[in-house]
Design a protein around this ligand. Structure first.
Ligand SMILES: C[S@@+](CC[C@H](N)C(=O)[O-])C[C@H]1O[C@@H](n2cnc3c(N)ncnc32)[C@H](O)[C@@H]1O
Length: 364
């Protein structure tokens, strides 16, 4: 059997940490809409999707709960590929006219919008009607100016601006293609498009089709320390999840979306977690132009500090920056000033070439 790990789709790369407490409580979906969802999906699949999970609400919005005892290693859900929404679901009238430059998130968002506009006539109506409205999403692209001002110094701010500009670019490409088909597929605004892109960005997994919305699996919420992840079983053509622990009936079942920092979770998913073992802070630095040692100092820092592995196009901070993943000290984790920060402070404050050279011996 060939299994692949599916990771929830990322827009780009991020870092920087700031602690937000829990988000406002979501408006709850009506009980009957949620209750009818799994029978509807299983009927569509002509197979059992899950015999051990049920849908309900929690403070995280739609959530999956153990409906009976679950043991470590149990397969808790199987969603056939044929029931997943991908960019391939774009109507053939539109598909050929969408530029190669438009990303998969935008394409899949367009699929969602078409089905949303079709309302009850859409075969996906029961799924679409369970997706959270924009008012329940707290991703930073929905923050107002004064909220964004609070994170202005962080790279999440830059990432938010970048993400918004990417969505705008895709919107301007897709909108004219869509226009002649408004009669059939309805119309959408910039706000609708941004909401749809954020839905896709926060609940679609990378797949052989580029990106897949996996109904039911996408009601699972995130726990950074869970070992349970969404897997792709190409032989059986389905996505599945195996439990990483035992659950008693009524407990919420959680999975790990990816090894994401709080900055990534905030940007792409609209929440953070209090103790995040994958957290990291992006430190940006610059040396004043009037510093006669500027060139030497920059060269040294760029040589010894590892920059982010991937670069987000348009990000200003990626060249002179490095990530701090974990603070270690003699007394244990999470205390003290990280070695790399002390090294940075020392380099920045050097006033002689010899001083800079000594820093190499002391720190690097
Ligand atoms: C893949 S969906 C999970 C289902 C979602 N709760 C819903 O209502 O459909 C991801 C979204 O769930 C919420 N979420 C997931 N894990 C969370 C957590 N640990 N804390 C707070 N919100 C969480 C966030 O709104 C996130 O964008």
């Amino acid at each position: 059997m060939s299994f692949r790990v599916a990771t929830l789709r990322r827009w780009s790369l991020h870092t920087v940490v700031f602690n937000f407490s829990s988000s406002p409580s979501p408006q709850f979906q009506s009980h009957s809409v949620l209750h009818n969802f799994l029978p509807w999906l299983e009927n569509k699949a002509s197979s059992t999707i899950s015999s051990s999970l049920s849908i309900s609400n929690s403070s995280y919005g739609n959530s999956l709960f153990a409906s009976k005892s679950i043991q470590t290693g149990d397969c808790i859900l199987q969603v056939p590929y044929s029931l997943q929404l991908t960019p391939d679901n774009l109507p053939p009238e539109i598909k050929p006219f969408i530029s190669e430059d438009v990303g998969n998130i935008a394409k899949l968002a367009t699929v969602l919008l078409i089905h949303k506009n079709l309302g009850q006539d859409s075969e996906w109506h029961p799924y679409i009607s369970c997706l959270p409205p924009q008012a329940e999403m707290h991703n930073t692209i929905f923050w107002n100016e004064s909220e964004l001002e609070m994170i202005r110094q962080s790279s999440v701010y830059q990432e938010t601006i970048y993400q918004k500009s990417q969505i705008e670019k895709d919107f301007l490409e897709i909108k004219p293609v869509f226009q002649p088909f408004c009669q059939s597929f309805g119309d959408f605004t910039w706000k609708d498009f941004m909401h749809a892109c954020t839905l896709v960005g926060s609940r679609a997994w990378g797949s052989t089709k580029g990106l897949s919305l996996i109904p039911f699996a996408d009601f699972l919420n995130h726990d950074g320390i869970s070992e349970a992840i969404v897997m792709s079983d190409d032989d059986n053509k389905c996505s599945e999840v195996f439990s990483d622990r035992d659950y008693v009936p009524g407990e919420q079942v959680l999975i790990r979306y990816g090894k994401f920092s709080n900055a990534t979770l905030m940007l792409d998913f609209g929440f953070t977690i209090p103790y995040n073992i994958y957290d990291q802070v992006q430190i940006q630095y610059d040396i004043p132009k009037y510093d006669p040692l500027r060139h030497t100092k920059l060269e040294l820092l760029q040589q010894y500090f590892v920059p982010p592995t991937k670069d987000a196009k348009g990000s200003k901070y990626s060249v002179n920056s490095f990530a701090i993943k974990e603070v270690k000290s003699a007394g244990g984790k999470g205390k003290g000033v990280p070695q790399s920060l002390r090294a940075l402070a020392r380099v920045l404050s050097c006033t002689t070439l010899q001083g800079v050279k000594n820093t190499i011996f002391d720190f690097f």
